[in-house]
Design a protein around this ligand. Structure first.
Ligand code: GLN
Length: 442
């Protein structure tokens, strides 16, 4: 399958880079733009995925100055197939967030700069809305592809856990992290996905299982998940279901037990894993270096780890607490049990159909509306994106509505290794895909 990508000659490239720089001053889509001329099909890459010779900061101060000398496997496979990386996209620090605000210079929504871009792959979604024929290589742990894709009117596909090697991905929570894609067309995403999937000896959790496209016209709606959703979103989603039923999709309403516990289970597991993954940043090896070796043990590590932003510190502290021996059973083990229960119950329905839901429970908020909400309120916004991520199910957010000048996204989920069926669904749906950002460049 071949998609359409931007591919520029020298003169065009110089113009494009200067346009991109200008747009970036307003939107903060990129942490780094490569000025050197690129030959090949242009893609961008989230700043927590290593690209040889380009800075990789995961939007964290602790990684300032780190430039990997190697490519992530996914990037290597793309470069071997004629793709070139234009730059590294902005994100919530280490992937911690749903609005893009946990970054020093938050990305802004291209449709209206007063609004959030979504997170944590904020810059990837903005870059995709901004650049013609673009795919950005992003990452999701608990919704970081669906959320920004929904808020920026583009398509976000999170593949099956393990379908794409995590080698070269700066880890957040290893049992949940997935490299995935934000794009505007099914053909583009399919081409990039076909080039990146498959096992990799450098990542022992990567799998070589063939990816299928078993399609279905049955769509399950999980009624007990719709409770916390904004009434306006519910109305638009109802309209989407009506439109889909006129296209021969059969809608069935179901209840799936335990789903209401997916957000707490996800945060318990992801914080536990994050707190161990972040232990490697101690001021010696990557990025920020502590140069004063006369400091005592505590002061030395403290001077490195105070470079973490507020949310990263919160997760290290909570994650370390959750893993402590005396309370492991109370939280961590229960969260694991819930994860397994949810996988089994969702899989039951995914055997013969898709699950469909809005991507986010609220309309795109203004930056000012969410900059002060409590962590627990922020985490609860992931109620729809967390379930498929917790289970490793492939899922895709696609734009389906445009209101008050902003796009709205819905999310469709399928069974493990049936990822291509999401793109088949999108190909049918693209007939109505008309919510493009008006000032595209390239
Ligand atoms: N919002 C979720 C979190 O903060 C998801 C982030 C992600 O997928 N990287 O953990």
């Amino acid at each position: 399958m071949t998609g359409k990508f931007l591919s520029l000659n020298d003169a065009e490239y110089a113009v494009f880079v200067s346009q991109l720089r200008q747009a970036n001053e307003r939107l903060n889509a990129f942490n780094f733009i490569d000025e050197n001329k690129k030959s090949g099909k242009i893609i961008s890459v989230k700043d927590n995925i290593c690209v040889k010779g380009m800075p990789a900061t995961a939007s964290s101060k602790i990684l300032q100055g780190y430039t990997p000398g190697f490519n992530a496997t996914a990037i290597q496979r793309l470069e071997d197939n004629g793709f070139s990386v234009i730059g590294k996209t902005n994100m919530d620090e280490f992937g911690f967030g749903s609005f893009g605000l946990n970054s020093e210079h938050p990305a802004k929504n291209p449709f209206n700069e007063e609004y959030v871009a979504g997170g944590s792959s904020s810059g990837s979604a903005v870059a995709t809305a901004l650049i013609k024929e673009h795919v950005s290589i992003a990452e999701s742990t608990g919704g970081s592809i669906s959320a920004p894709a929904a808020f920026c009117g583009v398509v976000g596909l999170t593949p099956t856990y393990g379908a794409i090697s995590r080698y070269g991905l700066i880890d957040y929570a290893s049992s949940l992290d997935k490299i995935g894609f934000i794009g505007k067309s099914a053909d583009n995403i399919r081409e990039v996905m076909e080039k990146t999937v498959g096992s990799d000896p450098k990542d022992t959790t990567s799998l070589s299982t063939a990816i299928s496209n078993k399609n279905s016209h049955k769509l399950y709606v999980i009624d007990n998940l719709m409770g916390g959703i904004d009434e306006g979103i519910k109305d638009r989603f109802e309209e989407l279901l009506v439109r889909l039923s006129t296209k021969d999709y059969k809608i069935e309403h179901v209840k799936i037990d335990y789903l209401e516990y997916s957000v707490p289970a996800y945060y318990i597991l992801s914080m536990s894993e994050a707190s161990t993954n972040l232990a490697k940043y101690q001021g010696f090896k990557y990025g920020f270096k502590v140069k004063d070796f006369s400091l005592n043990y505590n002061d030395f590590f403290m001077s490195a780890r105070k470079q973490f932003g507020r949310e990263a510190k919160r997760r290290v502290i909570l994650g370390t607490f959750i893993r402590s021996k005396s309370i492991k059973q109370k939280y961590y083990e229960k969260a694991l049990a819930i994860r397994h229960a949810i996988i089994a119950r969702m899989k039951n329905f995914l055997k013969d159909g898709f699950i469909i839901m809005p991507s986010m429970p609220i309309f795109t908020p203004k930056i000012s509306e969410v900059s002060d909400i409590s962590p627990v309120e922020a985490y609860s916004m992931d109620m729809l994106t967390v379930p498929p991520n917790l289970c490793g199910f492939p899922h895709m957010s696609f734009p389906y509505f445009y209101e008050r000048g902003m796009p709205l996204g819905a999310q469709i989920i399928t069974d493990h290794f049936n990822d291509y069926s999401l793109l088949d669904f999108l190909s049918e749906w693209e007939i109505g895909f008309k919510y493009k950002f008006k000032e595209e460049i390239g």
